[in-house]
Every structure is written in C-alpha cells, then in structure tokens.
Unconditional design. Structure first.
Length: 238
C-alpha cells in the first residue's frame, strides 16, 4: 500500500504596504557611541557682530546645534548675524555617525553689549594714564571722492584725532584700524596726536561703526597705540 504524505510548509511573507517594513522596532542595531565633536569652549562677540560657531568630528558625521531663543541648525559651522545680548548662553552640538549619536559639547557665547568702554558720544579716555575721560568736539565731512572724515579735539586741543573712511557708512559694522590714509572699504585710518606731541597709529585693532538715524559713531575700545598708551574714544556726528 502506498502512503501519501502531506508536508505543510508555512512561509511568513513580509508584505510591504505603503511604507510598512519588517524591521523589528524592539531590536535596533547595535550602536557604538561616536566620540564627541570638538568645539571652542567659549566665544566673546561684540554687539552687532556675527557669531561663528565651529565644530569638528570624524568624516561623514552629521551635526546638530541647539541654543538660546530656540536656535537650531544642522550646519557644521553655523553663523548668527547681528548678535545681541539675547544670543548669550550655551550652544550645544552633537553628531550623528551612522545611526549613533554622540554626547553634546557646549560653546558658551558671550555678546559684549557695550563696545564704547562706557563712553558717551564724543568722549575719549586714556585709562592707563593721568588723563581720564574727557569731552571732545567732533566735526565731519565727506569729500568729492566719497572719503568720510572726522576731526575731533579735546577742550585744550592737546589731543587731536583724525579718522578717515573711504565712504560714509550707512550701517554699522566692524572695521580694522590702519595707518594708511587711503583706507580700503573694511579699514579705518586713525591718527592720534597726544598731549606730548607727535602722531600715533594703531594697526590691526578693531573699530566699531554704529549708525543710528544718520548719526555715525566710530568707536575704539582700549586700543594700544605704540609710544602713546591705551586709548578709547567714541566719536560721532551726522
């Protein structure tokens, strides 16, 4: 007698409907946490400048930044223009390498809200010398070639400041001091005559331009002038 044997084979099919998959949600891939990214511990940024956040990590990593005021970015080196005191605080960055997320690293950002060294408009100061804060009289003019010049003197005319830009600014910004009286668009020619006579210059130090309702303020804050000393000034006119 011949016997008939019935073999039942059960096949489990994974049927994709729309975007349904067969990945087991309770068994994610094994994950080795990547090394943390490297980023500056702190940044000091003048009011109105751009915050430049930077981070480095292994090749192919994806970045995530979070910070004050709901800041969020997936750029490796995001920039925040027109910084103000509301941007102060910790900015945290982490990376995603494959399916694995690193620990976060913080960069503390401090926005210096006062770049005037506490000087009002048309005031100067030698903070390391005997001549303390003093008032200055400032006039300004624009030449035919577009050069913008401020001349400022103190009460007894022992301190004279000559400031030249290659254009009259219409917005604020950060510039660089130069001893070239034909400055480029990102430079400010700054000449100081001290009470002891002679003219002095500072190259490479920052200068800040503020522009409010047609009033142009050119500010330097504790800039060292060789053979003269540290000098601060907030000079402005229309």
């Amino acid at each position: 007698m011949r016997r008939t044997i019935h073999v039942l084979v059960f096949i489990t099919l994974c049927v994709s409907v729309a975007i349904v998959s067969c990945v087991k949600d309770d068994s994610p891939p094994d994950c080795i946490k990547p090394a943390k990214p490297t980023a500056p511990a702190s940044l000091n940024v003048p009011n109105g400048d751009t915050i430049h956040l930077t981070a480095n990590a292994t090749a192919g990593a994806r970045f995530t930044w979070t910070g004050p005021n709901g800041f969020y970015s997936t750029a490796q080196n995001p920039a925040i223009p027109n910084a103000n005191i509301a941007n102060n605080g910790n900015y945290w960055v982490k990376i995603l390498a494959g399916n694995c997320i690193s620990d976060s690293v913080a960069t503390n950002v401090f926005v210096k809200s006062d770049t005037t060294c506490s000087l009002g408009t048309n005031a100067g100061n030698f903070p390391n010398g005997s001549q303390g804060p003093f008032s200055m009289s400032t006039t300004c003019s624009t030449g035919l070639n577009g050069r913008y010049e401020l001349i400022s003197v103190n009460a007894d005319s022992t301190v004279l400041v000559d400031v030249v830009m290659n254009h009259k600014p219409t917005s604020g910004g950060k510039y660089v001091l130069t001893d070239n009286n034909n400055p480029s668009s990102n430079e400010i020619y700054y000449q100081v005559r001290g009470s002891q006579g002679g003219f002095f210059y500072a190259k490479g130090s920052p200068a800040y331009v503020k522009y409010t309702n047609g009033l142009v303020n050119i500010v330097i804050c504790q800039v060292p002038f060789p053979n003269l000393g540290v000098f601060s000034a907030n000079l402005g006119c229309h």
